[in-house]
Design a protein around this ligand. Sequence first.
Ligand code: ATP
Ligand code: MG
Length: 207
Amino acid sequence: MSKGREFAPDDPPAMRITFLNQKGGVGKSTASILLGGVLSTAGYAVAFDDRDEQGSLTWWAREIGRLPIVGDHVMSDVIICDTPGRLDLSSATNRQFLQPIVAASDRVVIVSEKSAFSLHATKPAIAFARAHIKPGAKILLLFNKVRANTKVGRQNVRDLPEFDGVAVLDSFLALAAPYENVQTEGMSAVTGHYREQVLKLALEILK
Ligand SMILES: Nc1ncnc2c1ncn2[C@@H]1O[C@H](COP(=O)(O)OP(=O)(O)OP(=O)(O)O)[C@@H](O)[C@H]1O
Ligand SMILES: [Mg+2]
């Protein structure tokens, strides 16, 4: 395992960043890995908190990224939390599961593709985050899998009342092979321009 410090009594609490969207396949796990991976290479002590029973993040942290997960008894600056997709938010059980996760987060990053359909399907996640976010924490919208010439603009999102209180991140993730390859190759798949974009995104989320 490459990173993580021993516990120190005076350490400030870790910043907890949660990736959320009940819509499946938008890139929550990929964004979790990229953010944790890049912050780790930039010198932050990162731990992953995998709250999705699919276990993608835990598998990646153990087998590919060689990074700690919560429970490994390391002190971290940043905790990256991944959540399940395909979760019906009209179910009380699902809401009870997600509520403490959102309430404990300093940043809730809603991941969406930049399409009208994806944004529409993201509205319940936004409403849920807004209802349960703690004071001082932020809800951020991250566009993932963005193709050149994608039409839905930042202004379109700002004009949607359902997105009130949500800050659209200036940084986004392009649809790109290095971001897909990170699953099997780890952060060595993400170099040059692609790494710079992820680092920029990570710093914007921490800000
Ligand atoms: N920026 C990207 N460029 C290319 N492929 C991507 C990108 N982001 C995600 N993918 C691919 O899209 C698929 C879905 O991504 P991922 O598993 O991260 O989504 P998810 O939201 O975690 O899904 P689930 O809801 O099932 O947990 C994966 O095959 C992943 O490699
Ligand atoms: Mg996932």
